[in-house]
Design a protein around this ligand. Structure first.
Ligand code: ADP
Length: 162
């Protein structure tokens, strides 16, 4: 049987426990999961792409079927290059749905062979976003339990030394 490879694309600025939840669910269905950080020059991230990759690697330590990478350009081209068969996206609430549907249908139009698979996180993470985590951390709030430990430390370094 050929290896089933899924691509988990995103900004991951930074990775949260919601992302980790979705990645772990994907590992139950796929042989290999490639977590792919999108390098988007139009966005102004808190962490640059190399740091985001580092933080994901540190957060996912011990998961030997996960690969962490970054990419630029069209997602479907990257998926083909990696011999992936599916794109994994997380759905938190109905509010995510419209944008995600639009992207999934556009990606299908660009490449018929790539399926998008949506996964729901555990309820405790269904309100969680990278944006919210950054906001809480920037005001000195505790993000314990919302993000992996390496991310918690990285946020403290930025905001407590600011
Ligand atoms: P993007 O800019 O591509 O949306 P994100 O890093 O914000 O990048 O999200 C990447 C993927 O992870 C998306 O599919 C998003 O819906 C999903 N995601 C983000 N936060 C959560 C969460 N708390 N629970 C489940 N999925 C999530």
């Amino acid at each position: 049987m050929p290896e089933r490879i899924a691509i988990c694309p995103g900004t991951f600025d930074p990775i949260t426990n919601g992302h980790v939840d979705i990645i772990d669910r994907s590992l139950r269905i796929f042989d290999r999961v490639i977590v792919a950080v999108l390098i988007n020059p139009q966005k102004r991230p808190l962490f640059d792409s190399n740091r985001r990759v580092e933080l994901i690697k540190a957060s996912l330590e011990g998961r030997d079927r996960v690969v962490v990478d970054s990419f630029q350009g069209l997602l479907v081209d990257y998926v083909k290059k990696q011999k992936g068969s599916a794109i994994i996206r997380g759905l938190r609430a109905v509010s995510d749905f419209e944008y995600e549907l639009q992207m999934a249908l556009m990606n299908r139009r660009l490449d018929q062979d790539v399926e998008t698979v949506f996964m729901m996180p555990s309820e405790e993470y269904s309100f969680l976003s990278s944006t919210m985590v950054k906001e809480i951390a920037s005001f000195g709030g505790r993000v314990t339990g919302l993000v992996p430990e390496p991310v918690e430390r990285a946020l403290k370094d930025i905001f407590q030394n600011a």
